[in-house]
Design a binder for this molecule. Structure first.
Ligand code: ZN
Ligand code: ZN
Length: 263
């Protein structure tokens, strides 16, 4: 492994994001999650978090975002706990188009909009729209070179970050195992290109408990490049809010109390 540039890190001490934050928590506004924003807030308090980002899935046709935001904004304030908002949307294609309603994207960061859009690699951003992992796996078997696939994925991600302006990278590289690749297939130059755009745009990047990515090499390199790394559980139920096990002993920063025995 190449040495990580800069004085802030070395390859062995991948920078731990603070485990007192959970920057990706779903509520029942997502069709695959069960807890209400109020239940997630109570779980964040019980876990001793200082930050929670409440997020739900959107598509181009989603209409519930104003309701979701008003429910979150009506939650009682909690001393010492910052509540952030977001929507999670997949990157649609190689141009970096994002599967979110245009008015939601236009309102990001305004008083009436969500704070950020979480850019997700739920599908592969193909030339003509999203490609399923099965399709990409077949394309690779038929000769689509893995380095080209990786470059397309990273380039689309960079374009999406620039297009939306206020992004957060959700579970970066969670797609790779689904298409038979790993983070080892991502060259340093592409990691650095992604780091550059994240730093230039102030885009936080998740280290995601649910998807167990990105791994130590990527985290160390991005930390060395000055990327803002944030911890996330991608919880779909309140009992998972702020609960880190994979992230915990390997890369943990100061945790709120007894992480292992908390639940
Ligand atoms: Zn996701
Ligand atoms: Zn999610």
């Amino acid at each position: 492994m190449a040495a990580v540039p800069g004085p802030r890190s070395s390859p062995v001490d991948a920078r731990p994001p603070s485990l007192r934050g959970d920057h990706h928590v779903h509520s029942s506004f997502s069709d695959d999650a069960v807890s209400t924003p109020a239940e997630n807030l109570a779980a964040a308090v019980a876990a001793g978090l200082d930050t929670i980002r409440m997020v739900d899935h959107v598509r181009l046709t989603t209409t519930y975002v104003p309701d979701f935001l008003s429910v979150v904004r009506a939650l009682p304030p909690v001393d010492g706990l910052t509540v952030l908002t977001g929507v999670e949307a997949k990157i649609l294609d190689a141009s970096g188009a994002v599967d979110a309603p245009p008015e939601v994207l236009a309102a990001l960061g305004t008083g009436h909009g969500a704070d950020r859009v979480l850019l997700a690699d739920h599908q592969f951003p193909g030339t003509d729209g999203p490609w399923s992992p099965r399709v990409v796996t077949q394309l690779i078997e038929d000769g689509f070179a893995p380095p080209d696939a990786v470059e397309m994925l990273v380039t689309a991600t960079i374009r999406a970050v620039r297009r939306v302006g206020r992004a957060q990278l959700a579970h970066p590289f969670s797609l790779l195992p689904k298409i038979g690749l790993t983070e080892d297939d991502v060259p340093d130059e592409l990691l650095d290109a992604l780091a550059d755009v994240a730093v230039a745009t102030g885009t936080p990047v998740e280290v995601n408990e649910k998807w167990r990515c990105p791994g130590e090499r990527v985290v160390a390199r991005w930390w060395g490049a000055g990327v803002e790394l944030v911890a996330s559980t991608d919880a779909h139920v309140a009992t998972d809010v702020g609960v880190y096990t994979w992230l915990s002993p390997v890369r943990s920063g100061p945790a709120p109390g007894d992480v292992d025995g908390r639940r």
